[in-house]
Design a protein around this ligand. Structure first.
Ligand code: NI
Length: 179
């Protein structure tokens, strides 16, 4: 199970739409899913889409540690095929995101607070779920990759965009001033 090279922003592959995976091909997807899991663990990330390793198919892998989860608890490593999202509210929430294809950078991104997810598991089982909080944010970020979008495309305030080290430093200084 090799760790794959993660494609970096600027590469046109990240701007292309991934194609749906046909049911006959599910079994062929097992090794790609394994590689994505290994790659995500090695990169210490939360989620990764197949397009980020140059495979233009609708697959994403993610996990949510209990420390970052709001209401859903820990989400173990999950592989989704052909995921589809529907916003279940017009309400948005803004939070900082990073991306394995843009290391070191971060920005504040508005996302829907609550979404409906429909996806297929590697077993072929179709799942439908209502998802909120950080879990919903992760899925919106990863699904965007399958549409050829990056989180910067969703940003509205670019004063929040930059290297996370600098933004953290700036936040600390503001905090000090306010103390
Ligand atoms: Ni990303």
């Amino acid at each position: 199970m090799p760790v794959l090279k993660i494609i970096q922003a600027g590469n046109p592959i990240l701007r292309r739409k991934a194609v749906p995976i046909q049911e006959n091909d599910f079994s062929e997807m097992v090794s790609l899913a394994d590689d994505l899991r290994e790659t995500l663990i090695a990169a210490q990330g939360v989620g990764i889409a197949a397009t980020q390793v140059g495979r233009e198919v609708q697959m994403l892998v993610y996990r949510i540690p209990a420390s970052r989860s709001e209401d859903d608890g820990e989400i173990p490593m999950t592989v989704l095929l052909n995921p589809q999202l529907t916003p279940l509210t017009q309400e948005m929430t803004v939070a900082f995101e990073g991306c394995l294809s843009m290391p070191g950078l971060t920005g504040a991104v508005p996302r829907f607070k609550k979404i409906g997810l429909r996806a297929t598991l590697l077993s072929g089982k179709v799942i439908e779920q209502e998802i909120g909080g950080f879990h919903a944010r992760v899925l919106q970020h990863e699904l965007d990759h399958l549409e050829g979008k990056l989180y910067v495309d969703r940003m509205t305030d670019f004063t929040s965009f930059g290297f996370s080290t600098e933004l953290l430093e700036a936040a600390r200084n503001t905090q000090k001033k306010n103390d």
